[in-house]
Ligand binder design. Structure first.
Ligand code: IPM
Ligand code: SF4
Length: 459
């Protein structure tokens, strides 16, 4: 048998048959749903008189448009109220289990799947959301899909797809103290470019990746889509196993013997290698996640960029971000700080932020939104809520996407500059006219204290 990559093995294990169009019909082990992008899929199902094939392999939550002030806060926006009601009705009608706001297991879809122990090595997982790549951290093949595909999976538990190409991102050595998975993600995307991994499943490997916790691996895979990747994947190991043992002790046995890893001599269509030892804390300065520099650096001067397209993109981005070329990153003053999102709202992220905020006060509005009700409960049990409160940060009562995308009540006003632990800094991402600097939780917390972009060492 010819050597195969991890992604190719998982794919192969799930092929039901080849379609006439030359794609593979894949069996889907887990289908996650949220309230955006799903209503038309249910309408299609209903119109065709079909049922959901495997409600037991399907799980819904609500996260994008939910309020974060309190679980019973009534959203003044009728369209959002309708969207949430529709999701709940659809799940009830088709007997799909759903974690509604207020339930102990509700949260951002990519946060709750893993913490409920539902995502295991070797599985195929799909969800109506581009950041489904997050779940590849478990050695699963996790793909974001669109509404018509959601309908197909609901009806058949299968999906016809073209196999992605294979790409390896190998990170050698050890990350320096103070550098995190988020900094690594920004460094990789900077290197590969915001569309550089298009059409590929990216396997992250090497010593620096192996050293990451599951939370860190999720942060890295989460941002794989920001370089255009179809999927990110990390080979399962003892760290994966320990996480699963904690999350779902009853199912942990299923891990044994079932965990595929890629063959040593498997050939990738593309390989990129990075030295982890030189990955410093990074900050995005532009309007796509590839536009970042080390925190110690300066915003680029478009006039000094060799590539004409890069230079004009940089000019546009600096204009939108209201930054002068060559500005030192540490001189950038922010109006607000957001700590949250499926990139950085897990317990380890909140601990990192709290470690910086302990005994300090924030200078700018700072909002901390847990990724799930379970994360929030854990944070409270550890006393992180008290640390945030004493620091003057607003630790929200209800989990969700919140200010990551501005689809709910939490959003930034035009012109507001935010240091944010999220994954996208597109124009208007956190609200029309908002300006986003992507950073790690530790840098976000230090920035909140200083009011300018800062690392914990600056305090
Ligand atoms: C709303 C949703 C479909 C979207 C996605 O697909 O990623 C959102 O989660 C995002 O991060 O932009
Ligand atoms: S937290 Fe942000 S990136 Fe993640 S699913 Fe929600 S909106 Fe998308």
């Amino acid at each position: 048998m010819s050597p195969r990559t991890l992604a190719a093995k998982v794919w192969r294990e799930h092929v039901v048959r080849r379609t006439k169009a030359g794609n593979d019909l894949l069996y889907i082990d887990l289908h996650l749903l949220h309230e955006v992008n799903t209503p038309q899929a249910f309408t299609g199902l209903r119109d065709a008189g079909r049922t959901v094939r495997r409600p037991d392999l399907t799980l819904g939550t609500e996260d994008h448009s939910t309020p974060t002030r309190s679980v019973d806060h009534v959203d003044p926006d009728a369209a959002r109220r309708l969207q949430r009601r529709t999701m709940a009705r659809n799940c009830a009608e088709f007997r799909i289990p759903m974690h509604r706001l207020g339930s102990a297991s509700q949260g951002i879809v990519h946060v709750i799947g893993p913490e409920l122990g539902l995502v295991r090595p070797g599985m195929t997982v799909v969800c109506c959301d581009s950041h489904t790549t997050t779940l590849g951290a478990f050695g699963a093949l996790a793909l974001g899909i669109g509404t018509s595909q959601v309908e197909h999976v609901l009806a058949t538990q299968t999906l016809a797809l073209a196999r992605p190409k294979d790409m390896a991102v190998t990170v050698t050595g050890t990350l320096p103290a103070g550098s995190t998975a988020k900094d690594l993600a920004l460094a990789v995307i900077h290197r590969v470019g915001s569309a550089g991994a298009q059409g590929h499943a990216v396997e992250f490997r090497g010593e620096a990746v192996r050293a990451l916790s599951m939370e860190g691996r999720m942060t890295l895979c989460n941002m794989a889509v920001e370089m255009g990747a179809r999927a990110g994947i990390v080979a399962p190991d003892e760290i994966t196993r320990d996480y699963l043992l904690r999350a779902a002790p009853r199912d942990a046995g299923r891990f044994d013997g079932l965990a595929p890893v890629g063959d040593d001599d498997a050939v990738f269509d593309r390989e990129v290698t990075l030295d982890g030892a030189v990955v410093l804390p990074r900050v995005s300065w532009g309007t796509n996640p590839a536009q970042s520099v080390p925190l110690d650096g300066r915003v680029p001067d478009p006039g000094e960029l060799d590539d004409a397209a890069d230079a004009s993109a940089a000019r546009r981005a600096l204009d939108y971000m209201a930054l002068a070329p060559g500005t030192a990153v540490r001189d950038i003053a922010v109006d607000t700080v957001f700590i949250g999102s499926c990139t950085n709202s897990r317990i380890e992220d909140l601990r990192a932020a709290a470690a910086v905020l302990r005994g300090r006060r924030v200078r700018v509005d700072t909002m901390v939104v847990p990724g799930s009700a379970l994360v929030r409960a854990e944070a409270v049990a550890e006393g992180l809520d008290e640390i945030f409160a004493r620091a003057g940060a607003d630790f929200r009562a209800a989990p969700g996407c919140s200010m990551c995308v501005g689809l709910g009540e939490d959003r930034l006003a035009p012109g507001i500059r935010c240091a944010s632990t999220t994954n996208r800094n597109f124009e208007g991402r956190q609200g029309t006219g908002s300006r986003t600097h992507l950073v790690s939780p530790a840098v976000a917390a230090a920035t909140a204290v200083r009011g300018r972009i800062a690392s914990p060492d600056d305090l």
